[in-house]
Design a binder for this molecule. Structure first.
Ligand code: NAD
Length: 353
């Protein structure tokens, strides 16, 4: 699918090496003279470099974005934005930084420009997850959708190899679950297939040569397609399970997606093999879950929940929590099925079909 600079959800979306340096033109187009720049503490250097480029149009830099968007941090950031009279938000970073930008926008209606540095895809969705008192809740509101996305391949080129792989698998998870979404359309399926194809082709190259900017751009186009489709259709077992493991056991976001994906897809492939056929067609193989497991392994992804912080003793509780809020899934979610899935994912076994 050819990408125009206006996305199907009304965002202005641009791809190109060095695009971050065009931030002033984008701010001018928004009518913004006082942009608040956001980052995590780990990406202060990127934020400071951007602030230099923004120059007189910068209202300041807030560098305390945190995973899962804690409301306490958002409140401090909103106070900061108001105190410096910010008239726009520029988020440079992954889903955590973009999440903070969205949380500020929800409370202030300030327009946002997102400059993604991972493949998570939050920049392309009107979805915001926030955490308060240890509980993560998710809302959808058009107000939180960034107005502009600047995908600059140089910024993902600095992603460490492990994060490159897990973040890409996080994106692929949006596309894989979109294929069987209850509210899927021809357009969402086409986007999901575009996203899968972009990573199938681009990821092996960027793993081999992290600085290959052409392949990095291809993977960013994949991230856009996967993120957009996440905003268009409902997700099922895979995302709900990752939400449980992240929220209740504090497992790292992208790594959890990477480990669970082959298992959740194998589980659902038993019910909707035809809808998941594009996964096997694009990645090469026959069983979609096994194909994803082989692909993840060959990319060097983490393969076991036990390696990313979950203890075996937590598996029963994880099953219980994941079953508590029933949700639509193409295949009935049973306690035994889920427990077996988690056991396999915990041990790092190939998915059972
Ligand atoms: P992240 O933003 O938490 O980044 C992880 C770490 O990597 C951070 O320390 C960050 O500073 C660092 N980092 C990011 N890009 C880098 C780069 N290019 N070079 C070096 N270091 C870099 O990770 P993420 O996986 O992008 O985002 C996870 C969060 O996003 C979760 O809270 C998740 O729920 C949320 N998310 C939301 C949506 C949505 O639509 N609302 C979609 C996907 C993810």
């Amino acid at each position: 699918m050819a990408l125009s600079t206006t996305s199907i959800n009304g965002q202005k979306v641009r791809f190109g090496v060095g695009l971050r340096n065009e931030i002033c033109a984008e701010l001018a187009e928004l009518g913004s003279n006082k942009a608040l720049i956001l980052s995590t503490p780990q990406q202060v250097d990127m934020a400071m470099e951007l602030a230099t480029t923004v120059g007189d149009r910068a209202a300041g830099v807030f560098t305390r974005a945190t995973m899962h968007t804690p409301v306490g941090v958002t409140e401090e950031a909103v106070e900061h934005a108001l105190s410096v009279k910010a008239d726009s938000i520029v988020s440079i970073g992954g889903g955590s930084t973009i999440g903070l930008g969205k949380a500020i926008a929800l409370r202030t209606s300030l327009p946002q420009i997102a400059i993604p540095t991972t493949y998570a895809g939050s920049e392309a969705t009107p979805i915001l997850g926030q955490t308060e008192d240890g509980i993560k809740t998710t809302l959808t509101d058009p107000k939180v959708l960034p107005r502009v996305i600047l995908y600059d391949p140089e910024l993902v080129a600095s992603l460490p190899p492990a994060m490159t792989v897990t973040s890409a698998l996080n994106a692929l998870a949006h596309a894989a679950e979109a294929l069987y979404a209850k509210d899927r359309t021809d357009q969402s399926t086409e986007l999901a297939i575009d996203g899968l194809r972009a990573f199938a082709e681009g990821l092996p190259t960027v793993v081999e040569s992290p600085g290959d900017l052409k392949a990095r751009e291809e993977t960013q186009r994949g991230a856009w397609a996967c993120g957009t489709v996440l905003g268009l259709v409902g997700m099922a077992l895979h995302h709900k399970l990752c939400h449980t493991l992240g929220g209740s056991f504090n497992l790292p976001h992208a790594e959890t997606h990477a480990v669970i994906l082959p298992h959740a897809i194998a589980y659902n492939a038993a019910g909707v093999p035809d809808l998941l056929a594009p996964v096997s067609d694009i990645l090469g193989g026959s069983e979609p879950g096994q194909v994803l497991w082989d692909f993840s392994k060959s990319m060097g992804a983490p393969m076991a929940l036990k390696d990313i912080g979950l203890s075996e003793a937590d598996l029963d509780r994880a099953t219980e929590i994941a079953l508590k809020n029933p949700y639509w899934n193409p295949q009935p979610v049973t306690a035994d099925g889920l427990r077996a899935l988690l056991q396999n994912a915990w041990a790092g076994n190939a998915p059972s079909v």
